[in-house]
Design a protein around this ligand. Sequence first.
Ligand SMILES: Cc1ncc(COP(=O)(O)O)c(C=O)c1O
Length: 404
Amino acid sequence: MAAAKQSPPLNGRPVWAEISLSALKANFRAIRDFVNPPEEKRKTPRKVLAIVKGNAYGHGMGPVAKALEQAGASWFGVTCVAEGKVLRDAGVRGNILVLTSFWPGEEAELLRHNLIPVVILCEQLVLLDHAVTRQRGRKRRAPFPFHLKIDTGMNRLGITPGDMDCFARQLAKCPRLRLDGVMTHFASSGSFSDSVAGRQTQQQEEVFQAALDRLRALGVSPGIVHAANSGAITARPETWGDMVRPGALLYGYHPGYDPAERRAEFEARLPLQPVMSLRTRIVSIREIPAGAGVGYDSGFVAARPSRVAVLAAGYADGVHRSLGNRGKVLVRGQFAPIVGIVSMDVTMADVTDVAGAAVGDVVTFYGTDKEQVHPANRVARSIGTVTSDLLCAVGSRVPRIYKK
Ligand SMILES: Cc1ncc(COP(=O)(O)O)c(C=O)c1O
């Protein structure tokens, strides 16, 4: 059980996500410096809005946002009012932007927790304006800030560029509101191929600029202009605007690039450190003969006498089921293949070639293990998904252990 000393003391089931707050803070600072090159000589530094929605991509919203605040972050992106409330309850004091907007009826909560909504429909202005009136009565206070989202071609959320006039007219009728920022979202910022996706970011950028020009022509100042997600941050400085919105990069991973050969170039431009390591322990070892089946449906049949380790984490913990017979884990500094179908609570790995593998050994599904790195993006790619999907899948029953 010597390997038991490798991990923090834990009671109960041995599965945990180790979160390196120093890696997180280093990534934040690296991004901030990257988007503020000294030669640009901006009057005010370009802001970095930390995307912490989706439980901070599985890392834990409150502790992540608090650590980022210590590193200098003052803008946070959540998806909904409930997530914004989690941040306020954790003591986050910075600006919180509610990216996926609000549902009718949530306006009072937005105001109560001082959350900044993203408006995606002109009709929402009236709802917000009424809520401010109701909450503040006739007292004169500073107008309530919001950001506007423009759909520049993703065909998802946001007001269309053709609706700028309607928006400006509606805004003029809402004196208790203040437009503090205008944003759009890119569909394909990591794509440089000769394809619809490869041409899309530049087209979106042009549509966005034209919509901003129209707003200004209508006498509406857009405030903070922002568009860039991870792919645009690393690869398209022309999209940076006044603020960038990194998600994947913060957690240590570049997004997918097309063509994939460009990955090395972008990774060299902005080196990052993985923040999360998903770990468990070997809880049992089976010695099986050649021909024996392992797990549900005998999803793996041993071709040789084998040592099969049972790991105390399954798909309910975030071990993607499609890693069955495809993935690998780190044990004692060596890779061992995942064998059979991943179950809800356990996973099996073939440790025949890992000398000395024993019950109690720490096993890493992805992340770092001393000097070794088993990057989550490579794991994600091997099963045809994206890193954020893998990280967000870490289950609520998995304790997050924060390391300074
Ligand atoms: C509006 C918005 N901005 C930024 C991001 C961050 O994206 P990424 O993780 O690619 O940086 C997201 C993530 O989905 C988003 O929805």
